[in-house]
Design a protein around this ligand. Structure first.
Ligand SMILES: NC(=O)c1ccc[n+]([C@@H]2O[C@H](COP(=O)([O-])OP(=O)(O)OC[C@H]3O[C@@H](n4cnc5c(N)ncnc54)[C@H](OP(=O)(O)O)[C@@H]3O)[C@@H](O)[C@H]2O)c1
Length: 215
């Protein structure tokens, strides 16, 4: 499969490695595809990776992954060209974090909208699935914890798209994937990151992921 990964940060690198590691071809999308950050990821991911503009990566991908800060995502999707996402599954990892008042971050969107929904509105012909955003990038692929595998929570409007993303998650070492309904579930999934950060600050442990206890 061909995967377009938009962004050149830690999340883009982790997921690009994950996709390449399960046999997919990856194009990193950047405003500066020949720049240091994009080229460093290509070098680290290896032969299955290349870099292009945001539009080239969106066009390349049969699946496209959004790994852009909340403040930049609208611009990134504009540069990528919404027409390049038509009919495709879009995995959205973005979170509307607001660091303007320091740590812990706040959210620049309220509780009656979310970036997942905004991204779906901006890409009306794509199938946006919010996934991976509730965990730190070092644990996005093959999470390994002594107490067992964490849960991944996802949401999106299209059932088939959620099933496809679930298959990817299984390949990436997430056996338990819980569907939180339509893309409006991002209103709860995105703020989870603030809780995750507060837990990290409170405990000093950032190697954390969530699992619901059940009986
Ligand atoms: N870091 C984590 O562990 C983690 C965990 C869960 C969720 N998330 C979420 O995942 C997303 C990516 O996180 P990250 O830490 O990898 O991000 P990041 O390093 O802050 O940024 C990723 C890339 O986005 C591009 N970008 C930044 N501003 C932009 C703008 N205005 N327009 C277009 N492109 C822009 C830049 O690429 P170029 O300069 O190459 O264009 C940048 O390298 C964020 O929304 C974050 O909240 C992160």
């Amino acid at each position: 499969m061909k995967v377009g990964v938009l962004g050149t940060g830690a999340v883009a690198k982790a997921l690009a490695k994950g996709f390449a590691g399960t046999g997919d071809d990856v194009m990193i999308g950047s405003r500066e595809p020949k720049g240091e950050k994009a080229q460093a990821i290509v070098k680290e991911v290896g032969a299955k990776a290349s870099a292009g503009t945001l539009a080239e990566a969106a066009k390349f991908g049969e699946i496209v992954v959004i790994c852009i800060p909340g403040t930049g995502v609208e611009n990134a999707l504009k540069l990528a060209g919404p027409e390049n996402f038509a009919g495709k599954i879009v995995i959205d990892v973005s979170v509307p974090l607001d660091f303007s008042k320091g740590m812990p971050p706040g959210l620049f969107m309220g509780t009656s909208d979310s970036l997942g929904e905004q991204n779906q509105r901006q890409l009306p012909d794509a199938y946006v699935v919010k996934a991976f955003n509730i965990v730190g990038n070092p644990d996005m692929v093959n999470p390994d914890f002594p107490d067992g595998k964490p849960d991944m929570l996802i949401c999106g409007n299209d059932g088939d798209a959620k099933k496809s993303v679930t298959e990817i998650l299984h390949k990436f070492g997430w056996p338990t994937v819980v569907y939180l309904g339509g893309i409006e579930g991002s209103r709860e999934l995105e703020p989870f990151v603030v809780l995750w950060v507060r837990y990290g600050i409170a405990t000093g442990n950032w190697k954390i992921a969530m699992k619901m206890l059940r009986r």
